[in-house]
Design a protein around this ligand. Structure first.
Ligand SMILES: Nc1ncnc2c1ncn2[C@@H]1O[C@H](COP(=O)(O)OP(=O)(O)OP(=O)(O)O)[C@@H](O)[C@H]1O
Ligand SMILES: [Mg+2]
Length: 454
């Protein structure tokens, strides 16, 4: 990397952050630092006070640190910039990325709407929020600790890639909507993108282009086949990209989180998002997370996973406002089976009189009432399971008590690797629970599998 390229890169970073190019003194500080000069020498050359130069330097290092997500100072500026450049042009990445899909090498124009600065670089960002696909926020109880965790990861720890997983209906999407309401002003650009089975990578990329460019220009880019490099914008700007229903990227009838061939480009994009230095965050929401993120322990502190569990007891009571306290207490053991899943609780709340008609018979038999809409909800997820997972569920449903891996292996129904992988996959889908090495089926899942086989 040449001296001028390094200078240009620092200027780009400052421009992206403050809306202004390096002024003469800032440029001199960067030049001097790259050339190994002391603050004293820089001040002398510029005929100004050394402490003033130090102050300019520390503000610049602060900008670079924030933009690149790592500590930058006078002694490591040169090496960080070189590393940053290498990561941008990394051959490894280019090998992975199909030409024409994502590339990092073209010279770009400056993005629109760059904010102007104030003296200490704390300007409020220009907000370009594309949230037309984001659902509205309904009644929302609790989730304080999940919201705190996510805010810490995103705002303080500056995580780059976060997956939010959990069984259908548990409240992942609503949690993300609430989160965005609370943190949206920390981001210049936000995109909410809902995947479905007809989505394509090109379509997703077009949404990203449109986020950064006005409509007419994005059409021109698409038309001229001009190559687009989202990572550049994610590096220059603080962007939040939410992709909901991430499970649509993965194969049905296989273990959780395996990409369908036509979605491989998403894998490469997520890999870059996790590995390259940038100041943006991707939030991936769904029933399954990519297998490489779930199975390979990442040493990267910028990547996190949050598995969403049921609501707390106090919040669950809110779903049954018509019940007198005494009546509600009678219902509690039955409601408990629905594991604080707000979708299931909303369905069940409609059927309280019917549940009372079933009366104690249900409790005696340990039967759990599954209305059709709840079954339909489970059916969609069941259809995605691999044959092996279905076989394991059928085995587990026989066990009244939790069982461990050794006990399952003794039965010799399924070979050890297959059994292990199927259990892991079911755990990741939250179709299985594990406590102290013992596996057991959640009550609703157990009932669903039992009903299917009756
Ligand atoms: N914290 C909450 N308090 C009250 N109701 C909630 C809460 N979270 C979710 N709900 C309700 O539960 C239902 C399911 O929520 P949501 O769509 O967020 O689930 P999900 O996990 O995204 O499901 P899926 O994986 O199927 O998309 C919605 O009707 C929603 O209004
Ligand atoms: Mg959802």
């Amino acid at each position: 990397m040449t001296f001028d390229e390094m200078l240009k890169l620092t200027d780009d970073l400052v421009f992206a952050k403050t809306g202004q190019h390096l002024n003469d003194l800032q440029e001199k500080v960067v030049r001097g630092t790259i050339q190994g000069e002391t603050y004293e020498k820089i001040a002398e050359d510029f005929h100004c006070n050394e402490s003033y130069v130090r102050d300019i330097g520390s503000k610049l290092w602060h900008i670079f640190s924030e933009s690149l997500g790592e500590e930058v100072n006078k002694s490591n500026l040169r090496s960080v910039m070189q590393r940053f450049q290498v990561s941008l042009f990394s051959n490894v990445v280019q090998d992975h990325v199909q030409a024409g899909s994502i590339n990092f090498c073209e010279k770009t124009r400056q993005p629109p709407d760059i904010p102007s600065s104030n003296s200490d670089y704390q300007q409020s960002p220009t907000e370009n929020h594309k949230l037309s696909e984001m659902p509205g926020l309904g009644v929302f109880y609790n989730r304080t600790s999940e919201l705190e965790t996510l805010q810490t990861w995103i705002l303080q720890e500056r995580c780059r890639l976060i997956t939010i997983t959990g069984i259908s209906g548990i409240g992942k999407t609503q949690l993300a909507v609430k989160l965005i309401q609370e943190i949206k002003h920390d981001f210049e650009y936000i995109l909410w993108y809902n995947l479905d089975h007809a989505s394509t990578f090109t379509e997703f990329q077009a949404e990203l282009i449109e986020l950064f460019y006005p409509k007419t220009e994005s059409e021109l880019i698409a038309k001229n086949g001009k190559r687009f490099k989202p990572i550049k914008y994610l590096q220059k700007h603080r962007c939040l990209v939410v992709i909901d229903n991430i499970h649509c990227l993965f194969c049905s009838n296989q273990l959780a989180g395996q990409y369908q061939p036509e979605y491989e480009e998403f894998r490469y994009l997520f890999k870059q998002i996790e590995e390259l230095s940038h100041q943006s965050c991707f939030l991936l929401i769904g029933w399954e997370q990519p297998i490489e993120l779930a199975e390979i322990r990442s040493s990267n502190p910028k990547f996190k996973t949050l598995t969403i569990r049921g609501l707390e007891t106090k919040a669950i009571a809110e779903f049954f406002p018509e019940q007198e306290l005494g009546e509600y207490e009678k219902l509690t053991p039955r409601i408990h089976h629905y594991q604080g899943n707000p979708l299931w609780l909303n369905i069940i709340a409609n059927f309280i009189p019917e549940m009372e008609d079933f009366g104690d018979k249900i409790i005696e038999n340990n039967t759990i009432f599954l209305p059709q809409s709840l079954k339909d909800n489970l059916q969609q997820q069941f259809n995605r399971l691999s044959p092996l997972e279905k076989q394991v569920l059928l085995e587990l449903v026989q066990d009244e008590q939790p069982v461990n891996l050794a006990q399952l292996l003794q039965r010799r129904q399924i070979n050890s690797s297959d059994l292990f992988n199927a259990l892991q996959s079911l755990l990741r889908r939250c179709w299985l629970e594990k406590q102290d090495h013992f596996h057991c089926l959640p009550a609703v899942i157990r009932q669903y599998i039992t009903d299917r086989n009756d």
